[in-house]
Write a protein that binds this ligand. Structure first.
Ligand code: GLN
Length: 199
């Protein structure tokens, strides 16, 4: 099979760190800034940043609809932090452009202003028993999910990672940890999808 090619939305955020992780997983990472960059990618990562700004830039560059189409066609998409917010059907706060692909409601800056950033060792479903050292930066949590959304990790009883079919989200930044297991999990989703769509 050809090499797996994963796009990283490059409008804002930790683009370089995600590209390095993708490369560590043995796949090829490419930066996505325009519609034409979406051609030929097998999966897409939406990094952290400021979700309101990223949403507006996605509108400006006409990226909302093509990414929605990709998501609905089953192409794997992974959103971290602001990327989680953008994939949600809704935020508690409302009033910002979203991709509205994943059946969940996100709460922005959910852990409170006094704890802007924190780190936590998480048990993450599907990546093995060893805890994952997760870095949270003004992170959201998932306030509400529908049945088909599978929670994968929690902090203080709040869902901070989940999957719904081809969509994966985490409230933390795995690209900032020295642990490639979550990116590997996503690349495996991409590989499975690519295999399936070639049959
Ligand atoms: N607080 C940001 C937002 O609401 C997300 C923070 C992040 O991506 N690190 O969009």
């Amino acid at each position: 099979m050809d090499r797996i090619k994963v796009g990283v939305l490059g409008l804002q955020g930790d683009v370089r760190e995600h590209l390095l992780m993708v490369a560590d997983c043995g796949a090829e990472g490419v930066v996505v800034k325009r519609q034409e960059d979406l051609k030929g990618i097998d999966g897409l990562i939406i990094p952290g940043g400021e979700s309101t700004t990223m949403g507006r830039l996605m509108q400006k560059y006409d990226l909302i609809e093509p990414i929605q189409e990709m998501g609905r066609e089953g192409v794997p998409i992974y959103g971290t932090c602001a990327g989680l917010i953008l994939l949600a059907v809704k935020t508690v706060e409302g009033g910002q452009p979203l991709l509205e692909l994943m059946d969940m409601v996100a709460r922005r800056n959910a852990f409170g202003r006094q704890v802007d950033s924190f780190e936590a060792d998480l048990q993450v479903k599907g990546i093995g028993d060893e805890v994952f050292h997760a870095i949270f930066i003004r992170a959201p949590w998932i306030e509400e999910i529908r049945d088909q959304v599978d929670p994968m990790a929690e902090v203080e009883g709040k869902i901070v990672m989940a999957r719904e079919g081809n969509l994966l989200v985490s409230a933390f930044h795995p690209e900032l940890s020295q642990d490639i297991r979550i990116h590997q999990f996503f690349i495996d989703m991409v590989r499975d999808h690519k295999k399936g769509s070639k049959k």
